[in-house]
Design a protein. Structure first.
Length: 296
């Protein structure tokens, strides 16, 4: 069965506001509707409407109870905890072709939204289903479905303040110097290491970096535990190498990384015990992928 499902425009906006405005929301309802398919060819779903704020023909809405979770190691990458809702039996009967996941704001942060504001987070269209008391329909999604990660492909040439040339980082002072430039791209290679253990303690100075046109290497750091600072990185035009970092425990900061044009290597990081919180947006790796010698 062909199923089309994606964030709505508002859903993507609200997801981004978690990080920028401190917004918090939870999925509270799933709705089912009688549209979403082509009446002339009912086995084909209609295109999604990103600007939608409701279903075209909602017929039933079901509350998603807190804690309604399961661990799915097949459908959800890396065995993430998921939440779900199931309808069937005597709950309702109808022709179905659309579903929507609705979220409710629990903390508006600085968005100006009212507490309890509800919006259509995501929608699905599917072939016509004649839903009777004998059918059951389940919709399932990751609990961290609304983590603030907006998956966007960076377009080279759209950077506004690039550093032109190669960047070599050996100390915290080098990181601070780079941070002072407010650069959003490096048109060259980025190489981060240290001569003496502890010379680099944080990579936070790379906040706002979207693009490295060449190779990006983070290697042989003794005390750095996270890649915080690379949270906005979307494109590496060469190879990405994260290797031999003794204390590195997470690479979750690479969640917005959409493409690595060359190879991807994560090796020899003994304290890195999980990759389940990384590479949420990774869509393309042009070369080899090597992941070994870590604690995971």
């Amino acid at each position: 069965m062909t199923l089309l499902m994606d964030f709505t425009t508002e859903g993507a906006t609200r997801a981004g506001q978690i990080g920028t405005n401190g917004l918090k929301f939870v999925v509270t309802h799933v709705a089912y509707g009688a549209s979403g398919y082509n009446p002339g060819t009912p086995t084909l779903p209609l295109p999604l409407v990103p600007a939608a704020t409701s279903l075209v023909a909602e017929v039933y809405r079901k509350f998603v109870p807190p804690g309604n979770t399961t661990l799915d190691t097949i459908q959800v990458p890396r065995g993430r905890e998921t939440t779900y809702t199931t309808v069937g039996g005597n709950e309702f009967t109808s022709i179905l072709g659309e579903a929507g996941i609705f979220a409710t704001v629990t903390d508006p942060g600085t968005t100006g939204l009212p507490l309890g504001y509800q919006f259509l987070l995501a929608q699905a269209h599917f072939p016509r289903i004649v839903f009777s008391i004998y059918e059951r329909l389940a919709i399932q999604w990751p609990l961290d479905y609304f983590v603030p990660v907006a998956c966007i492909a960076f377009i080279p040439g759209t950077e506004t303040n690039p550093f032109i040339g190669n960047v070599s980082i050996l100390t915290d002072a080098d990181v601070a110097t780079f941070a002072g430039g407010g650069y959003d791209a490096i048109l060259g290679d980025l190489f981060i290491t240290e001569a003496l253990a502890g010379d680099v303690t944080s990579l936070a100075g790379f906040a706002g970096l979207l693009y490295v046109s060449g190779n990006c290497t983070v290697t042989t750091l003794a005390v750095v535990t996270t890649l915080t600072g690379f949270d906005d990185l979307m494109l590496v035009g060469g190879n990405l190498d994260v290797s031999s970092n003794a204390a590195l425990t997470t690479i979750a900061a690479l969640n917005k990384l959409y493409e690595v044009t060359g190879s991807l290597s994560v090796t020899g990081n003994p304290a890195l015990t999980t990759l389940s919180d990384a590479f949420e947006c990774l869509n393309t790796v042009g070369g080899a992928i090597t992941i070994n010698g870590n604690g995971v």
